[in-house]
Ligand binder design. Structure first.
Ligand code: TRP
Length: 351
């Protein structure tokens, strides 16, 4: 009985990196019918740990992220889509888990370390931010999720959750489930580079293609992509390493795209070989990539536009999802307090 839980911080619209890195996989998992329960959480409380002064950013992106989810095919009838802050039980769990984690253990968390640097917190790290790995363990364990589809950067969070589960189960009683991370299958998808060739597609770097982008925006963005800077003339040999145009092709291109959009080649290996040999211009490769991306994103954009006509309905779905999620979290919290022996009024041994 596999239970899946995953989530995103609502700090912006979702982009192609989210799509290949996790969204696409979630939809496949949902539609496979193989999983007992799937929970997808909009992690607004976690987003606030470094956006306390910008509530509106988080608030306004709740429906944007929900639209992105549903446009990609997440279906509230099959997947419980909910909002983190609406489940107060998660805070309660965190409060107890905090006693199972040391400050030095949090300081060693490589993702937190890296994010502290990126955000330039220096000595002014919000306590909530510093402890978000603990809150993430609550998100996971509240639903007894065993499979957590995430990007590579989240591995330290899953490890932290596993440690908390082991401590809790050893110290009290075995009620929590140890989670396992599920990484994207295709390694090109784990971390899609930015349009500018930067290591990551990220809103703050302004190097993203968003799921909501218009056809024209996508085209312009693909045309402006960084490629091989040594490939000055068409006849020059080109490099495919660290060339994001080819990384995107690795992530998105299938053989049938050649028949449809570039019949002079059979497959990506042939295209790569020609580029490396020389004689293949970046314009041709970008045009091909644009066709592939347009083809992939058009149905998503159209569904998104349709769904966006009724935001009330989106919030109604999120409310229903949150209510359902809350029931599950409350049951786990009940078991947790029982295991710890702090369910005083239901404990006859105290009378
Ligand atoms: N930290 C995750 C991110 O930044 C979001 C998240 C919050 C999450 N809670 C989670 C992911 C629980 C998986 C499981 O993308």
């Amino acid at each position: 009985m596999d239970v899946i839980l995953t989530g995103d911080r609502p700090t912006g619209r979702l982009h192609l990196g989210h799509y290949v890195g996790s969204l696409k996989r979630r939809v496949e998992m949902q539609n496979s019918g193989k999983y007992h329960n799937i929970y997808v959480m909009i992690a607004d409380a976690q987003a606030l740990t470094d956006n306390a002064d910008d509530i509106n950013k988080v608030r306004n992106n709740i429906s944007e992220v929900a639209l992105d989810y549903m446009a990609c095919g997440l279906d509230p009838k099959k997947t419980t889509i909910f909002i983190q802050s609406q489940i107060p039980e998660l805070c309660e769990l965190s409060f107890y888990y905090m006693n199972l984690v040391t400050v030095s253990r949090l300081q060693r968390n490589p993702t937190v370390k890296n994010e502290i640097q990126l955000r330039g917190f220096k000595q002014s790290i919000p306590v909530g931010f510093f402890t978000y790995p603990i809150s993430q363990a609550s998100d996971i364990t509240a639903f007894k999720a065993n499979l957590i589809p995430v990007g590579e950067d989240q591995l330290p969070m899953i490890e932290q959750a596993r440690e908390i589960v082991r401590s809790f189960n050893t110290l009290y009683k075995k009620v929590l489930v140890e989670p396992t991370a599920v990484l994207p299958e295709n390694s090109y998808c784990s971390r899609l580079p930015g349009l500018d060739g930067a290591a990551k597609m990220s809103k703050s770097l302004g190097n993203c293609i968003y799921l909501a982008d218009s056809a024209n925006d996508i085209k312009k963005k693909v045309q402006s992509m960084f490629t091989d800077p040594t490939h000055l003339h068409v006849e020059d040999p080109g490099h495919i390493e660290n060339n994001p145009v080819f990384t995107y092709l690795d992530a998105f291109c299938r053989d049938e795209h050649f028949q449809a959009f570039l019949p002079a080649y059979q497959n990506l290996d042939e295209l790569k070989a020609h580029y490396q040999r020389g004689g293949l211009g970046d314009g041709t490769v970008k045009k091909f990539l644009n066709e592939i991306l347009q083809n992939e994103l058009k149905p998503i954009r159209e569904r998104r536009e349709e769904l966006a006509k009724d935001i009330g309905e989106i919030f109604a779905q999120l409310k229903k999802g949150s209510e359902n999620a809350r029931k599950v979290a409350a049951q786990t919290l009940h078991e947790v307090k029982g295991a710890m022996g702090i369910d005083y009024f239901g404990d006859s041994s105290l009378l």
